[in-house]
Design a protein around this ligand. Structure first.
Ligand code: XUL
Ligand code: CO
Length: 438
């Protein structure tokens, strides 16, 4: 196959003063920041579905993307060529990881057996390309939402056969992920939710979702797959209410069904904002409950209420994310997966490079800023001082479990009133962060 991106050279770090738009200004993979290389801090990954299957179509018009290597057919040969084009892209961009759904990489056949065979044919080329380049699979997943058989959901469908089909499909997808040395496997509940409660037995559907995940955990053990399982929260779209609506809902679900030790969360920025949360909130929640796993890095549009999946360019956002990743002690075996797509109007192949280069540079800046904030303890000192009443006296006794309501009543009757409150200083802290970002 001829080169897919013949006019594009390896993207290199050239520093902030370069005039070359196809160079990194900030992302310098081997540069050490807070004791670790930038590449290891961020573990960037490209999402095959957006970057190599996104057509640019929307409800009002057909696709716009120019992809000269893709003949638009559903042939195996075309699917294999797409994979070769993708690995050329990953290599030139300098990422070490990628992600895919089963049906992105290989066409669905007339039967499950045919679909599995198609997948095997493409996996052969994926293996060759992974070996040739050293690029690794961050996680694999199965598309359990596009085919009409999944109109009511997959594991939460009212149709038991849809559950069975989804199980067979996920079994194969996990096998393939294992075979490709994947670091993880993600469950995003594409249509696991409902459009109306009028026709829905919600409790029964949740039980089925849990049963499905338990089967996956059993199967993982059976074949010796060591990768991390992730559940990916999203509150809506395509259904009105998705069961994995946010990090807290996922934690409650995982705890109730005894799955908390088997799955972590793959948090996505635009999903957090759709749920009415910041990404920082979702990350704090996941870290606190011990289920922070990986990140689908993108951004929404503040004016639009749907999943726009844009590339992250906001340094404030990337700083907040890197602060939490460092707080969590790093991302591995997860990564920063660009689950993001170029706009319909950005239809040339080179736009794929501009988009990813921008996202990687935005995170590189976020990393450096976050490292400095942590090094200076610019927030940490303020926060520990804010809670200092818990380090001594009555606060320490409460935390140690030494007192109950009766002792606290006695303490307060004696004291009469609480110690004076101190300002939360939100505006000052916002100014502090701005000084670091400048
Ligand atoms: C959908 C979404 C998915 C998952 C993988 O909003 O984020 O692409 O990341 O199925
Ligand atoms: Co995602």
């Amino acid at each position: 196959m001829a080169e897919a991106f013949p006019d594009i050279q390896q993207i290199r770090y050239e520093g902030p003063d370069t005039t070359n738009r196809l160079a990194f200004r900030h992302y310098n993979p081997d540069e050490m920041v807070a004791g670790k290389s930038m590449a290891d801090h961020m573990r960037f990954s490209v999402a095959f579905w957006h970057t190599f299957r996104g057509t640019g179509s929307d409800p009002f018009g057909v696709g716009t993307m120019q992809r000269p290597w893709d003949d638009g057919s559903e042939s195996i040969e075309n699917a294999q060529n797409r994979v070769r084009a993708a690995f050329e892209f990953f290599e030139k961009l300098g990422v070490k990881f990628w992600t895919f759904h089963d049906r992105d990489v290989a066409p669905e056949g007339e039967t499950l057996a045919e679909s599995n065979k198609n997948l095997d044919e493409v996996v052969k080329v994926i293996k060759e390309e992974q070996e040739r380049t050293g690029i690794q699979l961050l996680w694999g997943t199965a598309c359990l939402f596009a085919n009409p058989r999944y109109m009511h959901g997959a594991s939460t469908s009212c149709n038991a056969d849809a559950f069975a089909y989804a199980a067979a499909q996920v079994k194969k997808a996990i096998e393939v992920t294992h075979d490709l040395g994947g670091h993880g496997y993600t469950f995003w509940g594409g249509r696991e939710g409902y459009m109306t409660l009028l026709n829905t037995d919600m409790g029964r559907e949740l039980d089925h979702l849990a049963k499905f995940l338990h089967m996956a955990v059993d199967f993982k053990k059976e074949i010796g797959f060591q990768g991390q399982f992730y559940i990916e929260p999203k509150p809506m779209e395509p259904t009105k209410h998705q069961y994995d609506s946010d990090a807290a809902a996922c934690v409650a679900f995982l705890q109730k069904y005894g799955l908390i030790d088997h799955l972590k969360l793959n948090l996505e920025t635009n999903h957090a904002t759709l749920a009415g949360h910041t990404m920082a909130h979702e990350m704090e929640t996941a870290i606190h409950f011990g289920v922070f796993g990986s990140v689908d890095a993108n951004a929404g549009d503040v004016m639009l209420g749907w999943d726009t999946d844009q590339f992250p360019t906001d340094i404030y956002l990337t700083t907040e994310i890197m602060l939490r990743i460092m707080k969590a002690g790093g991302l591995s075996p997860g990564g920063l997966n660009f689950d993001a797509k170029v706009r319909r109007e950005s239809f040339e192949p080179v736009d794929l490079f501009h988009a990813h280069v921008g996202g990687m540079d935005a995170f590189a800046r976020g990393l450096k800023i976050a490292a400095k904030i942590r090094e200076d303890k610019a927030l940490a000192d303020f926060i520990s001082d804010r809670y200092s009443s818990w380090d001594r006296g009555i606060g320490a006794k409460i935390e140690a479990g030494e007192v109950g309501f009766a002792e606290l009543e006695e303490y307060m009757l004696d004291k009469g009133e609480v110690d004076p409150n101190r300002s939360g200083r939100q505006e000052m802290l916002e100014n502090v962060i701005n000084d670091y970002i400048a």
